[in-house]
Design a binder for this molecule. Structure first.
Ligand code: NAD
Ligand code: MG
Length: 386
């Protein structure tokens, strides 16, 4: 049996992982579960899965959590420091499924104390890729991606050398606005943006998928994860979301990984790696499916992709700048302060400002935090004028 901790169990990835643990209950012993604000869901999962430690990141919920779990024998704690302490508890597998920048530090700590880091929090690689890779190498930690595209690429790369890779082709569903005219995108609201046609995901990543900022983040994530040059990265829309990504090699051969649009596959793969364990997911029926379509991305309508390429070319902490600006812009979009298309303007502004700086190539996590805060403040100020 493997020990496992799940950070962000109350979210979309976390709850899917919880269901897999129930399905594969003879494979795992649960050490830590954490949640951010959803205290009722956290208590529900604790009672269902019996972990050793239960942590709620928002301290204000501590008493409610204690009262919901009265009579049970869990070690309960709350707050940011408690979260970091929980990430320092050694385990075989740590699943990092906190959303956004708050998950980055947690991944960096867990990378020291787990044998396998099953990484859903893509912000960790976008904001702190080189730091995370260094910690994993130093501590002999296996980094296995949970993002479906990166899980696909990882699986295609098994037995291959990165030196023979000619291209990495990330697939995307196109999101809810793929066929919407650019003029009509100006006035879409967050509810429309959050309704993804294929994948069931958390609110933030769903809106990022609609703007293609998710795909843009995934380009940076791919570069950081596989250490591949920018000119080898491609994006193609695969509306059925059956092909999760592809790798092209120097002999013209292409490997693809296919499966249903269900995150269970990538989560189950990462937490069981290097084994494959059976999963109760839908099996593809090709006769029913009949066809797979491919479409190019409209770069004018979705400037996020070019902005990601720009961030990668700038280097230094541009990934952290990209993410902070995107997260701040999304917060403003969620409260109707800016429009859907303004989010890209915010990111472009932040990259422009960062590019004027002396780009720092050697940095520590504190530098990233400082840059993150600075970028958010600047974007907020600039957005007042939009
Ligand atoms: P979600 O919003 O559904 O859940 C996020 C989790 O993080 C929740 O448990 C929440 O309580 C916790 N959290 C939020 N803020 C926190 C904070 N400040 N401190 C501690 N915990 C906090 O998000 P999700 O869709 O499950 O995504 C999680 C991560 O996985 C993201 O980085 C996302 O990009 C990535 N991802 C998600 C999917 C998907 O299908 N949902 C696919 C690929 C990658
Ligand atoms: Mg993805």
């Amino acid at each position: 049996m493997r020990t496992i901790s799940i950070f962000g169990i109350t979210g979309s990835i976390g709850q899917t992982a919880a269901n897999i643990l129930v399905e594969q209950s003879n494979k795992f012993i649960l050490t830590v579960i954490t949640g951010g604000d959803n205290v009722a869901e956290l208590a529900k999962q604790a009672i269902r899965l019996s972990p050793k430690y239960v942590v709620i990141a928002n301290e204000a919920h501590l008493y409610e959590l204690r009262s919901l779990l009265m009579g049970y024998n869990f070690e309960i704690s709350a707050g940011r420091q408690a979260l970091m302490d929980a990430a320092s508890i050694p385990v075989d597998v740590s699943l990092q499924a906190i959303v956004g920048f708050p998950g980055v530090q947690c991944s960096l700590i867990a990378a020291k104390f787990s044998k396998t880091l099953a990484l859903a929090n893509k912000e960790s690689l976008v904001c702190a890729g080189p730091l995370l890779q260094k910690i994993c190498t130093t501590n002999n930690t296996k980094l296995v991606p949970v993002d479906s595209e990166h899980s696909a690429i990882f699986q295609c790369m098994l037995g291959e050398s990165i030196l023979s890779v000619e291209r990495i082709i990330l697939t995307g569903s196109g999101g809810p606005f793929f066929n919407t005219a650019i003029e009509n995108l100006k006035h879409v609201n967050s509810k429309q943006a959050a309704s993804h046609p294929r994948w069931s995901m958390g609110q933030r990543i769903s809106i990022d998928s609609a703007s293609m900022f998710n795909k843009a983040m995934e380009l940076i994530e791919t570069k950081e994860l596989f250490d591949v040059s920018i000119d080898k990265l491609e994006v193609i829309i695969q509306p059925q979301s059956i092909i999760h990504s592809m790798v092209g090699f120097n002999d013209g051969s292409i490997k693809a990984q296919l499966g249903p649009a269900d995150m269970s596959g990538a989560i189950g793969y990462a937490i069981n790696f290097p084994k494959r364990e059976s999963l109760l997911v839908e099996r593809l029926n090709f006769a029913k499916l009949r066809q797979l379509d491919f479409l190019p991305v409209d770069q004018l309508k979705f400037p996020a992709i070019n902005l990601a390429t720009r961030a990668m070319n700038i280097g230094g902490m541009a990934g952290a700048v990209f993410n902070a600006a995107k997260e701040q812009a999304l917060d403003l979009f969620l409260i109707d302060n800016i429009g859907f298309l303004d989010m890209a303007i915010c990111v472009e502004f932040a990259l422009n400002e960062y590019e004027l700086n002396q780009i720092k190539h050697n940095y520590i996590f504190e530098d990233i935090m400082e840059q993150d805060t600075h970028t958010r403040v600047r974007v907020k100020e600039m957005a007042k004028g939009l």
